[in-house]
Each structure stands twice: as C-alpha cells, then as structure tokens.
Ligand binder design. Structure first.
Ligand code: ATP
Ligand code: MG
Length: 179
C-alpha cells in the first residue's frame, strides 16, 4: 500500500462567516477522509459534555470521534478568570491532539469564540499549528475569525448569510438540520 501521507500538503482550513454551514462542512470533510480510512477527530469548544446531537450519535455508530469538550461557557459569566481557565483546559486537549501526530485531520469546532473573547491568545494557537507534524490537516470553525488566523490559514471560506428561516419565518433550530 502506498503511504497516502507521502506528498500530502497538510492544510489549515478555516470555515468562518455568519452563514450556516461551518460546522457541517467540517463534518463533511471528516466524513470524506474517514471513508479513506484516515484517523479524524472533531473537538468542540462550545458544545457541553452531555450534548447528544446527530453528529455525536453518528460518531458512536460509525467510529470517528466527535468530542464535546464540555466547556460550559455561559456567555454571561462575569468571572473572566474562570472562563479563561476553562478555555485553557479545552485548548490543552486540542494541543495534544494536534501535536500527537495520531490524526490525519483534527477539527477544532467553534475555536474562534475563545479567541474573540480573549480567553485564548491567537498567537499561541498559530504557534501550535506551526509546530504540528507535517501530515496533519486542521479544520477551524467559527464566526468572526481573527485576522492573524485568516492570514495564517491556507484555505478560508466565508459562509454568507443570504437568508435564514429564523429571521424570515421564526423557525427555530431543528433536529437533523442544526443539531
Ligand atoms: P452548522 O452547525 O449548522 O453547520 P454553523 O456552524 O455555520 O452551522 P454557527 O455559527 O456555529 O453555525 O451557529 C450555530 C447555529 O446558529 C446554526 O446551526 C444556525 O442554524 C444558527 N444560525 C446561523 N445563522 C443564523 C441566523 N441568522 N439566525 C438565527 N440562527 C442562525
Ligand atoms: Mg458551528
């Protein structure tokens, strides 16, 4: 069997913007790669540990891990140090997975939020991305990606919100479509 890693150009892929589809596109890419026998993982910053969305159910049935880090960010917390510590704990797990070399693709879902809120220094994230083994593709998702991350990434897609049923028809998040 030829080594699929040989000749691979590992990318940093960034899905950002206000439109829907950032996490979905990341999952689609992981699914495609997993179909090739690659080791893939998605680590989710915002989803709580008990989240049992469609992607978590699919993960259990198919075999690639989608791991809610259980951050439990409240957005309302006044305790900045607490939020920072939480973000740091999540990031340490991400870092281990990025640097271990065990995975062909590591997706960090909603990582832009701790960056935007200043809980995690963007320079540190970029430095770790630089240090990762040469075969590791990375997918980052989340709205409002900070400029240094946009500059560093190889492939940046901005999802544009043309129309959303919440605005036009008051339709709330639905199983199978949003979670
Ligand atoms: P998905 O997880 O469906 O791929 P996403 O990762 O691009 O979406 P996020 O920015 O993480 O989206 O937002 C989470 C959810 O917010 C989405 O599932 C989406 O349906 C919903 N959403 C996105 N845009 C709007 C909007 N303009 N109004 C209300 N809800 C929205
Ligand atoms: Mg998302």
């Amino acid at each position: 069997m030829p080594d699929e890693r040989a000749g691979r150009t590992a990318l940093v892929i960034l899905n950002t913007g206000d439109g829907k589809g950032k996490t979905t596109a990341a999952l689609g890419t992981l699914f495609r790669a997993w179909g090739r026998g690659w080791n893939v993982i998605m680590l989710q910053f915002i989803k709580s540990e008990t989240a049992n969305f469609g992607e978590h159910r699919a993960a259990r049935r198919t075999g690639f891990p989608v791991v809610p880090l259980g951050a439990g960010f409240t957005w309302l917390s006044k305790d900045l140090e607490h939020d920072k510590a939480l973000a740091r704990r999540c990031w340490e797990q991400c870092r281990e997975h990025l640097l271990s070399g065990d995975f062909d693709i590591v997706a960090l879902d909603e990582i832009t939020y701790p960056l935007t809120y200043g809980w995690l220094p963007v320079d540190e994230v970029i430095e770790t991305l630089r240090q990762r083994p040469a075969h590791v593709h990375v997918i980052l998702t989340g709205r409002a990606a900070p400029e240094p991350l946009v500059a560093f990434a190889d492939l940046v897609t901005e999802m544009r919100d043309v129309k959303h049923p919440f605005r036009s028809r008051g339709v709330k998040a639905q199983a199978g479509i949003e979670f």
